[in-house]
Design a protein around this ligand. Sequence first.
Ligand code: ARG
Length: 557
Amino acid sequence: MIETVANIIGSTLEGELTTSEIASLLEKPKHQHLGDLAFPCFTLAKKFRQAPQQIAQSIAEKINHPFIEDVQVVGAYINFFVNQVVVTQQVLTDIVGKGDNYAQLEKNGQRVVIDFSSPNIAKPFSMGHLRSTVIGNALANIAQKNGYTTIRVNHLGDWGTQFGKLIVAYHMWGSKEAIDKAPIQELLKLYVKFHDEAEQNETLNADARAAFKALEDEDAEALALWEWFKNASLEEFKGIYEQLGITFDSFEGEAFYNDKMQAVVDELITKQLLTVSDGANVVELEHMPPCLITKQDGATLYATRDLAAAFYRQHHYTPEKIFYVVGNEQSLHFKQVFNVIDKMGYPWAKDLQHIPFGMILKDGKKMSTRKGRVILLKDVLDEAIQTAKQNILDKNPALPNLEEVAQQVGVGAVIFNDLKNFRLNDIEFSLEQMMNFEGETGPYVQYTVARISSLLEKAAFTPTNVVLKELEEQAWSTIVCLQDYPKALQEAYEQADPSIVAKYVLQLARAFNKYYGNTKILVEDAARESRLVLCYSVTTVLKDGLKLLGLQAPRNM
Ligand code: ARG
């Protein structure tokens, strides 16, 4: 609609403003009685050196187009009332014709790498990693919808001194059976025990350093243990990904860069960027602490691996952008890494983007292991699924595939709760709220889809060529919302903000439910088919939006 109106305005201006300039000036009036779009004439007033009111008047007089039903000049604004029948026909025909492909942009040949989830081996999958996982997944889906080819990378935390500690702890207190049974739980126990014991026994730390050194020198036994810990942890993580329905193109974690860091260090030396500070080799940076590259003993660090990873990805994938979906608390780390690459003289440093997010709070407080406020993801999902099951049973006790639907609704509720707020906001974890079928929740949107689906089933509706009859006035806000979908997706990508899509599906569901509450969809009159087309279009877009966010939409619930 914006595009079309911008073109119409443009045709009266003789090239004074481009269509996209006009489009960016167009506003949505606060009230529907002021029209569908408003065009402010202040910018043109400067260009033409005329009063904006006068310009508004003269443009309004020139407008004559079937798309526009009425124009009204109010002060410096021209208010446009579009022809609702024409717009409705256009939007619904587009959706019915394209189905799931509505708003799908053609492949633009550009790639984006999305580094997300990236949990640490031998440690529990935290709620922070859950946030990274669902935000990263949604972002990747949104990028694809915008025509990009995505490379989903899980930058596993599978290297570092903690593996030396684990190897020592395993030798002293570990048991193969226990680890095989519950790898992460058992490895975490060993890790904690190591720290407790090391407080009394200093030699343990030296042993751990030696064990890690052996690992770095590719000692066969150390490597075998590391590999085992890694695979066992990964097995558990994969269970979580399966439950969330999330996949990756690569699990190249930190260890993958072991043989790729020396080249970076060498280049830093050649470019005279490496300096010694407190015995470590660092790159000095302006307005922030230096970036640590190697320790005294030559050991590399988290940042060194991220540098090597950036170079690898840049050369391997030649991406348009690399997104790092990682919590807010690592902002400095990414600033440092990006700055180092910039100092090395690579212009693509500007294509690296940290996508930070806030914390998950419980009762308004940060979750903390020590204070017992920690929540395990597995328990969260299980509880959400149980609650979903109960809620569904109350509404629909005879639902045949209850388990499957409960899974989709429970997991969906958790994901949606995460994505509906701007990612930098902290989010409160309340199972009761996120499950509410009437609230701003995943289940609410899913329930809307299910209700429409059963309606369409009842009517035995199949989308064919749409010949529309005039719809009720009340349908208009739903139509406007439907045609806003492509714009919402574009904004969500540009701002790397999936909450735009989450808010969009809520808005569409709300608009439709309002209409639905006041309309007899199935009544046999001339507009019945048109109403069904509208219903079909709404489910199509809601399902697509949910899918982008990572939620499934059961047909029945
Ligand atoms: N494993 C890290 C952590 O849990 C996150 C890694 C994020 N990605 C990256 N390229 N640094 O804190």
